[in-house]
Design a protein around this ligand. Structure first.
Ligand code: FES
Length: 272
C-alpha cells in the first residue's frame, strides 16, 4: 500500500470510529457559544470544542482543570509543552498548548513535566570556561546532530546550532542563538542523544550575561545612586500614596520616546 493510500485509510478510520453526537445537540451548543464546534481527541477521548480555541482553552472547555502544564498563557513561560497528531499523518508534532489552535480530528496530549538532567553548580564559583560546561554536561557530546531539537522548538530556535556552538566552546554564540528559549523542554523530549538542551543553553546564557557580555555602565551608575539613597525620598512618597494616586501617577508618567539620544531627560527632574 502506498503512503498516500495509507494516509487516506487512516483518515477514514478516524472518522469511522468517531462517536456520533446528535446534530440537534451540536447546533444548540454552537448557537449558545456562537462558534462552530469541531471534534478533537484529548488523551484519546473525543470532545466537541469551539473552533479557534487554543489547545489549552479547548482542554478547559472539555472539562480539564489544568493545575500543571499551564502558566502564563501567553507563550512566555514554557509550561505547556504539548504533543499532537493530525488524522492521517504519521508525524507526532509538538507545540505550546497556549499558542496552537485546535484543528478538526486532532489528537492532543499534554506533557506537563518530565525529568531532565539539570546540573548543580555554584554559579559564583564558575569562571566561565567551556571546560566547566563540558564537565557539568558531559552528555553534550552525545549529540548526533540529527536536528530533532530544532524541529521541536516552538520558538524557532536553531537548537542544534546552539548546541554545536557550545560543543565548540563558543558560549557567547550558544547564548545568543538560544536567547528566545522559554525552557519548555520540547527539544529534550525529542532528543536521540538524551541531552537536556534547554538546561545546557540556560547555563550558557547565564555565563554570557554574567561574565562575557559588556557591562552596562549606566546600570552600574544607577545601582550606585540607589545604594547611596538618591531615590529614598521618592520611594517614601510612593509608599505613602494610595492606590488611586499610584495609578494616576503611572498613567500620567512621562515615557522616554522610542528613538531618542543618550542624554534624554524627563521634563520633571525633581527626583533626579
Ligand atoms: S502557558 Fe506559558 S507558554 Fe504556554
Amino acid at each position: 500500500m502506498s503512503a498516500k493510500e495509507r494516509k487516506k485509510k487512516s483518515a477514514a478510520a478516524a472518522v469511522k470510529h468517531r462517536p456520533k453526537v446528535p446534530a440537534a445537540t451540536a447546533v444548540k451548543e454552537e448557537k449558545k457559544i456562537g462558534a462552530k464546534l469541531i471534534p478533537i481527541y484529548i488523551m484519546g477521548k473525543r470532545y466537541e470544542v469551539p473552533e479557534g480555541l487554543t489547545i489549552m482553552k479547548a482542554m478547559e472547555y472539555a472539562g480539564y482543570v489544568l493545575i500543571r502544564g499551564c502558566g502564563c498563557r501567553g507563550g512566555t513561560c514554557g509550561a505547556c509543552g504539548t504533543v499532537y497528531r493530525k488524522p492521517g499523518d504519521y508525524k507526532l508534532q509538538v507545540a505550546l498548548a497556549c499558542q496552537k489552535t485546535v484543528e478538526p480530528d486532532m489528537y492532543v496530549a499534554q506533557i506537563p513535566f518530565f525529568p531532565a538532567n539539570r546540573a548543580l553548580y555554584d554559579f559564583a564559583r564558575l569562571t566561565a570556561t567551556p571546560e566547566e560546561v563540558f564537565k557539568l554536561y558531559p552528555e553534550l557530546f552525545r549529540c548526533v546532530a540529527c536536528n530533532s531539537c530544532t524541529k521541536a522548538c516552538p520558538q524557532g530556535i536553531e537548537v542544534m546550532d546552539a548546541i554545536s556552538a557550545l560543543k565548540q566552546g563558543n558560549i557567547a554564540e550558544a547564548a545568543q542563538l538560544s536567547f528566545d528559549c522559554i525552557q519548555c523542554g520540547l527539544c529534550t523530549s525529542r532528543c536521540f542523544g538524551e541531552l537536556a538542551q534547554y538546561h545546557m543553553l540556560q547555563l550558557a546564557r547565564r555565563i554570557y550575561g554574567a561574565r562575557i557580555v559588556h557591562r552596562a555602565e549606566h546600570l552600574a551608575e544607577m545601582v550606585k545612586a540607589v545604594d547611596e539613597g538618591k531615590y529614598d525620598r521618592c520611594l517614601e512618597e510612593l509608599k505613602k500614596a494610595k492606590e488611586d494616586e499610584l495609578k494616576k501617577l503611572y498613567q500620567e508618567r512621562e515615557v522616554e520616546p522610542m528613538a531618542t539620544g543618550e542624554d534624554w531627560k524627563p521634563k520633571d527632574t525633581t527626583y533626579l
